[in-house]
Every structure is written in structure tokens, then in C-alpha cells.
Design a protein around this ligand. Structure first.
Ligand code: ATP
Length: 347
């Protein structure tokens, strides 16, 4: 186990924790994401791990060594942790090479620039070593910032919304490159982001945070397809929620018809079906009460999102672009996968 975060609590105002009993572990070579809406406590959690804040309760351990408790703090520069900030935070008056060499004071002076150049080459920035930050694009500055963070060979890199200042195209490609660089270097990292697509594509595991707490930890597939709570289901993308009375089996009756559940359930339950787990078909003799109406259509090239109204309820359906219907067409909904039964949120 590389990092153990146990029961972290941080209050800036008495009785109002912004980080509320956050616990998770990070394995060697793992890329982990803290994902959640603005203000949920992601950055504060990261700052507690980096040592820029001290906890009111809980513990941070790296490689079995305690770094933080309310009584004891190892200073940030002695933790063996690298940090990449949202605004890159490069020294403006220094070249890319000097920025990277700056943190290498454990090496003899003559070796610093040689090694810094090697790391810049690894991040694809070798040709830009003599340029200052103002002569580099946002994506290039971010790669220099990453080179600066990984050059001292920290045990862990913390990335705080590192792609949010880049435009959409550059964000995508920089994200892929940074992931590849981290994986090649065998480095562990924690990414903080409010962008679910970013977390899903970048991380090996994700902790979904809400209101200071972690609601679920899992692989991208687990948190997306098996959300534990309504919050996680809705935060990770669009979904269809059903609130029904379950009779103890793994099947429920809904407006669409009988639906299979991913487990047996009893009493009032809320369950979730992703839009791509529903499809639509021509009614072909189905009874009128099972027939819905297309009230919206979003064509996105490779797929289409339909909005279907059935008995006053609106359903979202993602299909591939071969399933073609128009607004006002009558359709029946068909369920392709079992619905996921959700638990109560902790908040
Ligand atoms: P964002 O994505 O907007 O950065 P976040 O999930 O990273 O949000 P944090 O920055 O951790 O959230 O902030 C959590 C809460 O703590 C917010 O309500 C914020 O206003 C508050 N907060 C953060 N730092 C301080 C501080 N130094 N003093 C007082 N309150 C703070």
C-alpha cells in the first residue's frame, strides 16, 4: 500500500467539516481520482495529503510512515510528494529547463540540467527547453509543470484540476499524454476534478465525493454502471431513476413493464438505468398504455439521445445512429440490462 488516508476531517469553521471522515488507500503505480462538484472538499483533501493544511482528525500515511495527524505534520517539501497546480505555477522568469532543474538540488550542480533535459524529453518538451513559460502554449506549460513535478522522483504526484485551463481539444490530448507519461514512469497519482469524463478516462479508480464525504470508490466501470447512491448515479452522467415498491424479488413493475433488478429488493426502492441500457422500437401492436411518444431528439453523429414521454414520465434513451425516429413518433421502450438498486446517500 502506498498511501493510506484514514478518517480525515477538516473544519475551517467549528462544526462545519468540509472534509468529513474521508478514507481511501492508494496502491503503487495507481492513478486515483477525487471527483465531485465544486465545493465538495476535493482540493482540501489533496492539500491535507500534500501537507498544505493540517487535519482536525485522522491520519495520512505514505509507505507506512505517518505524514499527518492533528498533532504532527511532516512539512510538504519533506513528504516525497509532487504537486501540479491548475495554473501550472511555473517560474515566469526561468526557461523550461531551469524550471525543471530547480527542484533537483539533491543532485550535484553539473548533473541537474542534464537530468532536467532528460525528463523534459520524456514529456515531449525537449525541443522547448530554452523557452520561457510565456513562449509556451497552455498544454506545453502543463507538460513542463509535470516534468518539474516528476523530476525529483516523488513517490506520489498530486494533480489539482491540471487540465481545466486548456481548451477541449488540447485537454483531451494532454490528458492522454500525461496518463501515458505517469504510467510509463510507474508513478502513482491523485487527480482532483469536477469533470466526470476526465475522471472516467484518466483514473484506474475513482472516489466520488459529495459534501465532504466519499459516497463511492470503484473502477470507472463500477462507479458508472453500478452507482451506489442517487448522487453518484446522477453525477456520473445522465440516468433514468425509478422509485417503486419492490416485493422481495429481483423484478419490479414499472410504466415500461416488468424490469429486472441487479439484486432482490423489498419495500420502497430507487433504482437507476443508464440511457444506453434502454432502447426504443416501433409499437407493432403493443397496448396503448405501453406506448410512449418521442418528445425530444439530440443527434450527436455517432449516437442519438431520445426523450420519450410515457404516462407522464420522461425517459432518456441513447441509441446508436441506426435507430432512427422523429419527434412525435410513437415507440415502446425496451430494457437491455437490469436496473441498479440505489442506497440512501450519507448526506
Ligand atoms: P472546487 O472544485 O470549486 O475547487 P473543491 O471540491 O475542491 O471545489 P474545496 O476547495 O476543498 O472544494 O473547498 C471545500 C469548502 O471549503 C468550500 O466551501 C470552500 O469555500 C471551503 N474552504 C476551502 N479552503 C478554505 C479556507 N482556507 N478557509 C475557509 N474555507 C475554505
Amino acid at each position: 500500500m502506498l498511501l493510506e488516508v484514514t478518517n480525515l476531517v477538516k473544519e475551517f469553521e467549528k462544526g462545519k467539516p468540509v472534509v468529513n471522515r474521508v478514507s481511501f488507500n492508494l496502491f503503487e503505480d495507481e492513478i486515483f481520482a477525487l471527483l465531485g462538484p465544486s465545493g465538495c472538499g476535493k482540493t482540501t483533501s489533496l492539500r491535507l495529503i500534500a501537507g498544505f493544511e493540517s487535519p482536525d482528525d485522522g491520519e495520512v500515511k505514505l509507505n507506512g510512515k505517518t505524514l499527518s495527524t492533528p498533532q504532527m505534520q511532516v512539512p510538504p517539501q519533506k513528504r516525497g510528494i509532487g504537486f501540479v497546480f491548475q495554473d501550472y505555477a511555473l517560474f515566469p522568469h526561468m526557461s523550461a529547463l531551469d524550471n525543471v532543474a530547480f527542484g533537483l538540488n539533491h543532485l550535484p550542480r553539473h548533473k541537474r540540467k542534464v537530468f532536467a533535459e532528460e525528463v523534459l524529453c520524456r514529456t515531449g518538451m525537449g525541443d522547448y527547453k530554452d523557452r520561457g513559460p510565456s513562449e509556451l502554449s497552455g498544454g506545453q506549460q502543463q507538460r513542463v509543470a509535470l516534468a518539474r513535478a516528476i523530476a525529483p522522483k516523488p513517490q506520489l504526484i498530486l494533480l489539482d484540476e491540471p487540465f481545466s485551463n486548456l481548451d477541449a481539444m488540447l485537454r483531451d490530448s494532454t490528458r492522454k499524454e500525461v496518463r501515458a507519461i505517469l504510467k510509463k514512469a510507474g508513478m502513482s497519482a491523485i487527480l482532483v476534478t469536477h469533470d466526470q469524463e476526465e475522471a472516467l478516462s484518466f483514473a484506474d479508480r475513482i472516489a466520488v465525493m459529495n459534501n465532504g464525504r466519499i459516497e463511492q470508490i470503484g473502477t470507472p466501470e463500477e462507479v458508472y454502471y453500478k452507482p451506489k447512491t442517487k448522487f453518484v448515479a446522477q453525477f456520473l452522467g445522465r440516468t433514468n431513476l425509478f422509485e417503486v415498491e419492490a416485493g422481495g424479488s429481483n423484478e419490479i413493475e414499472t410504466n415500461i413493464g416488468p424490469i429486472k433488478l441487479d439484486c432482490n429488493a423489498c419495500g420502497r426502492v430507487v433504482c437507476s438505468i443508464r440511457p444506453e441500457h434502454l432502447t426504443i422500437e416501433k409499437p407493432n401492436g403493443s397496448s396503448p398504455e405501453k406506448t410512449g411518444l418521442i418528445v425530444g431528439r439530440e443527434f450527436k453523429g455517432h449516437d442519438i439521445t431520445y426523450h420519450v414521454l410515457l404516462k407522464g414520465e420522461r425517459y432518456i434513451v441513447h441509441t446508436d445512429n441506426r435507430i432512427l425516429f422523429n419527434p412525435d413518433d410513437k415507440v415502446v421502450l425496451r430494457v437491455l440490462e437490469p436496473a441498479v438498486v440505489l442506497q440512501e446517500s450519507m448526506n
